[in-house]
Design a protein around this ligand. Structure first.
Ligand code: HEM
Length: 382
């Protein structure tokens, strides 16, 4: 199985994945990567194919770091079980549900409140994008009383445990502390469900069991804060780096929606979806064996030359249809609508508060990561 993938390292992917993924699309679109012990699937059509066949490419992988750290949840199951569980959680995140009410009534005030004390120079990621994303999800879930700092701590603890590939006991302990604290907060909100409006009360009313609620809220907190944060950082950075796009959006603010979609496509903050073959199967000529892990590379399909015209260009008038940054199949992002609003409104309020915002030239932006990619920091001056 030694081919192109033998030369690929995780360090290189985390630094700059795009040239490596472009070469794979060209030379070996379904490629075994020994360092990661999984197949990389890099073309749009092949990833759409694996996402449409959960009976062949299951999300219930064995072993699963996600299930070990969070407990079985919607992202570690396949239809029809997945559909049964997902339906109890989905309405909260639709525009007609709690998320819609939150965006209409609270999001702008939350953003403005975080911006109010900021002056002169600051890091957009830690001072604004991260607390905004944490506070927004906390409020939607009905955990707002615990504050953004606590929700962020739980997120960090859970993510540390998910990434604990070597079973380091210190990392497991951080995850356990987060799980105990979050579990106590969720149970208190559940027992008070009539009094505390929000997602958790909705999940109880929809008939979700205590375990389903706890495990899936852990999933939401581990996955629903970093991504809007990175989205806010990426869109802000693109606007600050590209005067042409900044002027276009200033002239016609309706273009902000298109810009957000193009930034999600070109930078794809969640890089991959991981599945496991249930049977021996051939994909684009490569022999995948039952039990092999298969990574659908969303970042690569969003830049696939066979699917997109001039894929690396941000074009506000694209016509090729929607991208894959929120995935393509049954596990398409539950918080997609809410996440988009957080990014759009978050960036909008930032530029409304600081119309002369500029990149801090003394601290260059460092985009990093493969599985999760975004600016590590984004220093600006007002
Ligand atoms: C705005 C940026 C976001 C991006 C780019 C993003 C991306 C994704 C992607 C690619 C998946 C598929 C993962 C897979 O199949 O392995 C996913 C699933 C998921 N996302 Fe998001 N996400 C975002 C925001 C959010 C938010 C705000 C929430 C809050 C609840 C959330 C909750 C979830 C959940 C629960 C799933 C699992 C869905 C399922 O298994 O059916 N995400 N997301």
């Amino acid at each position: 199985m030694a081919g192109f993938g033998a030369s690929v390292s995780l360090d290189d992917l985390e630094r700059d994945p795009d040239p490596i993924l472009a070469a794979m699309r060209r030379e070996e679109p379904v490629c075994w990567v020994p360092e990661l012990e999984m197949w990389f699937v890099t073309r749009w059509d092949d990833v759409a194919d694996i996402e449409s066949r959960p009976e062949v490419f299951t999300a219930a992988t064995e072993p699963s770091f996600l299930a070990r750290a969070l407990g079985p949840n919607m992202l570690t199951s396949d239809p029809p079980e997945h559909t049964r569980v997902q339906q109890k959680f989905s309405p909260t995140f639709q525009p007609g549900g709690t998320s819609g009410d939150f965006v209409a009534t609270r999001l702008v005030a939350l953003a403005d409140g975080l911006l109010e004390p900021l002056r002169d120079r600051f890091d957009v990621m830690s001072a604004y994008a991260q607390p905004l994303s944490a506070a927004a999800l906390a409020e939607v879930l009905g955990l707002g009383d615990h504050g953004a700092a606590a929700v962020w701590r739980w997120c960090e603890g859970l993510c540390t445990d998910i990434a604990n590939f070597t079973n380091d006991p210190e990392m497991t302990k951080l995850g356990e502390v987060a799980k105990v604290e979050l579990g106590t907060a969720i149970r208190a909100t559940m027992s008070n469900a009539g009094a505390v409006a929000g997602g958790i009360a909705n999940f109880v009313a929809a008939g979700a069991s205590e375990d389903e609620i706890i495990n899936n809220v852990r999933l939401m907190i581990s996955g629903g804060i970093n991504e809007p944060r990175d989205g806010i950082g990426l869109v802000t950075w693109v606007l600050l780096a590209r005067d042409d796009l900044r002027s276009a959006v200033a002239e016609d603010p309706r273009l902000m929606r298109r810009l957000v979609e193009e930034v999600f496509r070109v930078y794809t903050p969640v890089g991959t979806v991981t599945r496991q073959a249930t049977v021996d199967v051939e994909l684009a000529g490569s022999p995948i064996r039952a039990g092999d892990l298969v990574s659908g590379i969303l970042r690569s399909v969003n830049l696939d030359e066979a699917h997109w015209d001039a894929p690396y260009e941000i074009r506000l008038d694209r016509r090729e249809g929607s991208h894959a940054a929120f995935a393509l199949g049954a596990h398409r992002c539950l918080g997609e609508w809410l996440g988009r609003q957080e990014v759009r409104v978050g960036v909008d309020r930032l530029f409304a508060a600081f119309p002369d915002l500029r990149l801090d030239a003394t601290r260059p932006v460092d985009l990093h990561g493969f599985e999760f990619r975004g600016p590590r920091s984004l220093w600006v001056s007002t």
